[in-house]
Design a protein around this ligand. Sequence first.
Ligand SMILES: [Zn+2]
Length: 147
Amino acid sequence: MNTIRLCLGCGAKNRVPQDKAHLRSKCGKCGASLMGAPIANQVNALGDSEFAERIQQSTIPVLVDFYSPTCGPCQMLAPVLDSLAARFAGRLIFYKVNTTIHQANAARLGIQGVPTLIFFRQGHEADRLVGAMPEADLARRIAAFLG
Ligand SMILES: [Zn+2]
């Protein structure tokens, strides 16, 4: 079982065997460190302290799920996002922000309720969806966003 880490330097997909994921590794294309690089085929947890850097340095479009662990619709949406992260691996980076712990960016972005999904392109908000939705509908929105 491999995970696929996206190089934030060049956008290359790097296959990392799961049992070696703890080792320091480098991008096979440009040599940049893969420490902290997001996993392409999974939803990556993101905290307030690294939020701005991760969103702004990404050359690949980003989708952030602002959620709360106790919210029912958020729990329904989580497996949908896991599935879509696998389907859109390498084309869209998936992050999730636990708003019960990390509130600064949620407040700055004016998030009123969870789940809220925000699409970012080149570091700027491009679209926003509030509430859970079926996988097929969300897949269509993502495909439309990616063009
Ligand atoms: Zn690279």
